[in-house]
Design a protein around this ligand. Structure first.
Ligand SMILES: Cc1ncc(COP(=O)(O)O)c(C=O)c1O
Length: 386
């Protein structure tokens, strides 16, 4: 429970920054206000923070620091990765882009844009009610475009789903894709520091991976795209030579100072987070005990900290508002679609629109305690009784 007495169960929307992250940013704000591209002392002082963040991400991702390109966050990293794959296609028939509706909008919206621009044929994958994708359908999608005329193929898949905590079989997906000459982009934004990454982190296992600082207890507005060895990126923005021209624009050394601390903290984070699995399970069991109409998505491989639940006849956003008044922060749908009334496309694809409208996402973090779960359950009891 935070000092304010509130219980924060929305760690997938964003994570509270680590105190050490705040301290590092405070120090950098005073010491590293120079432009990291300048060659004088002030510039060099700032640049040290930028390069340290790059090294910390490389260590987390088992990559070469030269293959880490800093971005403004996960959204930009996903945009860059998808657009790179179709930078040289000119006709819809030249490219195949395979994605599922489970992906975050920073993947699905770009995929739709690429199709509208006539750069690729967009092939949606079938999803299963347990929150995973249909691997037979993936094989079919790749086989459908098994023609020499298709010059670029990309499968974009997330490592961990932001709404259900489903851990997608990325290594298996990559093997199937490579067998058909397709590259793979992994949106790993919700995976770093949460689940073991060894398979995904093998050098060259996938073409590109994305990361966002604020999902790993670092600052917002910074993230990275991590390339496979010898991987190429095609810039979306045009401008100066920052990030070797791949992502022009002055890099923020203060955000980098925080990101470096967060990335180092995320190493081994999966082992720390494993502790909350029993708390998450207790929370779900408690909700079912309060109201037997409560259902929960239980993916076959399930990250320890997320539960996507729904109660009969209870609207998700209304429940979020009622629980907020009781001091509990949770989400309905994905955080990024908060503020719109559209139910999540991912949950709709899995279980239909009605279930999506009732969805509540509870996401725990490494600081969540048994007392938090007890407090949350009492608040749910009050709200459900009304
Ligand atoms: C799976 C996933 N990908 C990408 C993003 C976007 O990251 P950012 O907020 O840094 O743009 C999010 C944010 O919620 C996410 O959950």
């Amino acid at each position: 429970m935070s000092q304010s007495g509130r219980v924060y169960l929305d760690w997938n929307a964003t994570t509270p920054p680590l105190p050490a992250v705040v301290d590092a940013m405070h120090e950098a704000a005073l010491a590293a206000w120079g432009n990291p591209a300048s060659i004088h002392g002030e510039g060099r002082a700032a640049r040290r923070y930028v390069e340290d963040a790059r090294i910390a991400i490389a260590e987390l991702a088992s990559a070469d620091p030269r293959d880490v390109v800093l971005t403004s966050g996960g959204t930009e990293a996903n945009n860059l990765a998808l657009r790179t794959a179709f930078a040289s296609t000119r006709r819809r028939e030249d490219g195949l882009l395979v994605v599922s509706p489970l992906e975050h909008p920073s993947v699905t919206r770009v995929a739709e844009a690429l199709a509208e621009e006539g750069r690729a044929t967009l092939r949606w994958l079938a999803v299963l009610p347990d929150g995973t994708i249909d691997l037979d359908d993936l094989d079919r999608a790749l086989a459908e475009a098994d023609s020499a005329a298709v010059s670029a193929r990309l499968v974009a898949v997330q490592a961990v789903n932001h709404e259900t905590g489903a851990v997608l079989p990325v290594v298996d997906i990559a093997a199937r894709a490579f067998a058909r000459g397709a590259r793979v982009h992994v949106d790993a934004v919700q995976a770093w520091g949460k689940v073991p990454m060894s398979g995904i982190n093998e050098p060259g296992a996938v073409a590109t991976r994305s990361l966002a600082g604020h999902k790993i207890r670092g600052p917002k507005g910074i993230g990275a795209v991590i390339l496979a060895p010898q991987g190429k990126l095609v810039p979306v923005l045009r401008g100066g030579a920052q990030e070797r021209g791949l992502r022009p624009g002055t890099v923020d050394p203060v955000a980098c100072a925080g990101l470096a601390v967060a990335a180092r903290h995320a190493r081994g984070g999966d082992e720390r987070l494993a502790r909350v699995r029993p708390l998450r399970d207790e929370l779900v069991a408690g909700l079912v005990a309060l109201d037997p109409s409560c259902t929960c998505v239980r993916p076959p491989s399930w990250a320890p900290h997320v539960a996507n639940v729904a109660f009969d006849r209870l609207d998700g956003p209304e429940m979020v508002a009622a629980l907020d008044l009781e001091g509990i922060a949770i989400a309905s749908g994905s955080a990024c679609s908060a503020g719109t009334n559209e139910p999540s496309a991912g949950i709709t694809a899995m279980l239909g629109k009605e279930r999506a409208r009732r969805s509540l996402r509870l996401s725990l973090g490494e600081d969540t305690t048994a007392a938090d779960i007890a407090t949350a359950l009492s608040a749910f009891a009050k709200v459900l009784a009304r």
